[in-house]
Structure formats: structure tokens, C-alpha cells
Design a protein. Structure first.
Length: 66
């Protein structure tokens, strides 16, 4: 499991273990927070074609996934 610091999470860069449609490199562009300021999701933007995906941020903690 990867450790994620919420204060440094925005603008962090990620690489997919198994790329889909040649989309391998991503950057966190937006954090989605609950009313109590906890991060509940994030938006990832692909570097190659600027597609945006929203997903649960805890998925990124698992190094065997995505």
C-alpha cells in the first residue's frame, strides 16, 4: 500500500500499472471533499490527451490495481 499525504495530493503524478488506451500517466487536478473537509474522491487528468476521470482516491493506495 502506498502512503498518501493529503496535503501534497493535489498536482501529484501517477503512473498506471496496466495502461488502457495508451493512457499511462496521470495528474491529480481536483480534490473532491466532504463537508468535514475529508477527501472523498479526486479527478485524474491523462497527460497524453487530457481526458478526466473521477475516482475514489483510496484506489490509488493499492499498488497492484490500476
Amino acid at each position: 500500500m502506498n502512503q498518501i499525504n493529503p496535503n501534497k495530493f493535489l498536482r501529484s503524478k501517477w503512473t498506471a500499472v496496466t495502461p488502457k488506451q495508451k493512457e499511462r500517466h496521470f495528474m491529480v487536478t481536483k480534490l473532491i471533499r466532504a463537508e468535514n473537509e475529508d477527501i472523498i474522491a479526486c479527478e485524474l487528468e491523462t497527460v497524453i490527451n487530457n481526458h478526466i476521470y473521477e475516482l475514489n482516491w483510496q484506489v490509488l493506495k493499492d499498488s497492484s490495481c490500476c
